[in-house]
Write a protein that binds this ligand. Structure first.
Ligand code: NAD
Length: 323
């Protein structure tokens, strides 16, 4: 029989890629979001526009059976949105409400399989002070001390999903995403994340000019291409493993080196200027031992290849906007 999936956050970056993948797997897909995907037409068979903070909307959306429910909706952005403190109340309240509503409605409809998109932002700030050796192994999350309210909400929601597994015989799966990037992601407007922001800055910079990079540029991260994220996500959903799992890359790079890579891809002659800005922790890298062991998964695509695809896509978007 044809399988069915609901993707909450189907108008977003990862959600719109996930819908495509589920369609390719032969699913009938229902998407829900405040908005349709910004850069593409959704491939979902059905798409409900609505606010997942609104319990009555969620109850009507989840009034039928789905084989798989992916909960990716969140009040979300890059460092410029999440780490300034200005959006903390909305980020926490909106995302917590969405998770409570979706989980409650799934329980009512007797839906067992839900995948929740958590984040590397749950890890304690003190374990991420080293640029070269940050600690982000799953069990190191406690004693808890995320460096942002976004991370605290993710951790709280992880625990609600796990509690539903224990108390209501549900089969929730928890993905801790680490810096997912690729085409079709936000690249301007304040919610963009660092790979997309750097590509846009390089595209827009005049030959011989400068691009600004927040912080001293020595802060490090690891980045995962969105197609690899989607593959790991569906594997986790269909696995029997209970408990949070990192989905990320283990290849660490400094933000200045990432900027240099983008400049090289562009072929332009540009200088980097480091300026004050919100930067988050000093270092963060996915530890993939658990996902290798439990899901037999690891990423294959090089950062350079993923960044080339992302740069080309953003250059085309900026070019279109200018013509
Ligand atoms: P995104 O912002 O592109 O997608 C989130 C979607 O949720 C958006 O389309 C937004 O409109 C929707 N949404 C927000 N509030 C809503 C509401 N009240 N009702 C209905 N829809 C609502 O983000 P993304 O990068 O695709 O991330 C997807 C999930 O993965 C999020 O939960 C995010 O926290 C998590 N995550 C992403 C990354 C990353 O690097 N992209 C890293 C860690 C965790």
């Amino acid at each position: 029989m044809t399988k069915t999936a609901l993707v909450c956050g189907a108008g977003g970056f990862i959600g719109s890629h996930l819908v495509k993948r589920l369609k390719a797997d032969g699913f009938v897909v229902h998407g829900a979001d405040l908005k349709y995907p910004e850069f593409d037409t959704s491939q979902a068979d059905y798409f409900s526009i609505g606010d997942l903070r609104d319990q009555s909307f969620v109850l009507s959306l989840i009034s039928q059976q789905f084989d798989e429910v992916y909960q990716l909706a969140a009040d979300m952005g890059g460092a410029g949105y999440l780490f300034t403190g200005e959006n903390d109340a909305n980020v926490m309240a909106s995302s917590a409400l969405i998770n409570l509503n979706v989980l409650g409605a799934c329980r009512r409809a007797d839906i067992k399989r839900i995948l929740y998109s958590s984040s590397a932002c749950v890890y304690p700030e003190e374990n991420q002070r080293s640029e070269s050796d940050p600690l982000c192994v799953e069990h190191s999350v406690y004693p808890a001390n995320p460096d942002s309210e976004y991370g605290w909400e993710k951790l709280f929601s992880e625990r609600i999903y796990l509690a539903h597994n224990r108390n209501h015989e549900m089969e929730c799966r928890i993905a801790r995403y680490h810096n997912i990037f690729g085409p079709m992601g936000t690249f301007c407007g304040g919610r963009e994340k660092v790979p997309a922001a750097l590509c846009r800055k390089v595209v827009e910079a005049p030959e011989g000019g400068i691009i600004e990079v927040w912080g001293d540029g020595a802060q490090t991260r690891s980045f995962l291409f969105v197609h690899e994220c989607v593959e790991a996500t569906v594997r986790l959903m269909r696995s029997s493993f209970v408990g949070p799992v990192n989905i990320g890359s283990e290849d660490l790079i400094s933000i200045n080196d990432l900027a240099r890579m983008v400049i090289e891809i562009s072929g332009k002659d540009l200088q980097i200027k480091n300026v004050t800005g919100p930067v988050g922790v000093r270092g963060r890298r996915s530890d993939n031992n658990l996902i290798r062991e439990k899901l037999n998964w690891q990423p294959h695509l090089s950062l350079r290849t993923g960044m080339e695809a992302t740069y080309r896509w953003i250059a085309a978007q900026v070019g279109q906007a200018e013509t």
